[in-house]
Write a protein that binds this ligand. Structure first.
Ligand SMILES: Cc1cc2nc3c(=O)[nH]c(=O)nc-3n(C[C@H](O)[C@H](O)[C@H](O)COP(=O)(O)OP(=O)(O)OC[C@H]3O[C@@H](n4cnc5c(N)ncnc54)[C@H](O)[C@@H]3O)c2cc1C
Length: 151
């Protein structure tokens, strides 16, 4: 991870690393450039290296979680869009109204609808959620040779 040292990102990363007792190195801007020549870091930036770090392939993770959920008895309905929800008349269950006209009921519901949260939960969450903008940027690596698979 590379970021300006004064931002909370570096502090947060190190806090998390310490909380989980992970081996890591903090590199100065010069050390980052020396070791990883593809990065042209500013003087104010530092690098945090965690040798054991890796990445997850989301499609595989989602497939596996879906399988484990089904194995544990979950009724997985892919592509079922929830239009709205209400308390069932009995009062102890939540009723979800699905776009195809179906209804699902449960005693507890976890909404994990990402950026669609305000659309689905509307006024119920307006005092509890703060939406912030996150700017993303992609740039070429400038290295000759074959592109990695999928790029
Ligand atoms: C371009 C990009 C690159 C990223 N790269 C990384 C990365 O490298 N590493 C990393 O950790 N994070 C990365 N992220 C962030 C990461 O993707 C998100 O933090 C993560 O996907 C959030 O997961 P979520 O389950 O909360 O929401 P989402 O992944 O947004 O999932 C919400 C789901 O709810 C469904 N949904 C919405 N409304 C309804 C409804 N009414 N009824 C039923 N279903 C509904 C949607 O179809 C969607 O499937 C990246 C994000 C973007 C945009």
């Amino acid at each position: 991870m590379i970021a300006r040292s004064e931002t909370g990102v570096v502090e947060g990363t190190i806090e998390s690393i310490n909380a989980h007792d992970l081996e890591h190195e903090v590199l100065t801007s010069y050390e980052v450039r020396d070791r990883y020549r593809v990065f042209k870091t500013d003087e104010e930036e530092v690098g945090v290296v965690e040798g054991e770090a890796g990445w997850l392939e989301p499609e595989k993770c989602i497939d596996l979680h879906t399988k484990l959920a089904r194995d544990a008895g979950a009724d997985v309905r892919l592509g079922a869009k929830v239009k709205g929800f209400e308390c069932a008349p009995e009062g102890d269950r939540v009723r979800l109204n699905v776009e195809d006209g179906g209804v699902m009921e449960a005693t507890k519901v976890v909404f994990a609808v990402g950026p669609w949260t305000s659309g689905l939960l509307g006024d119920r969450m307006k005092d509890k959620l703060t939406v912030t903008r996150k700017v993303l940027h992609w740039f070429g690596h400038g290295v000759d040779g074959d592109k990695p698979e999928g790029s």
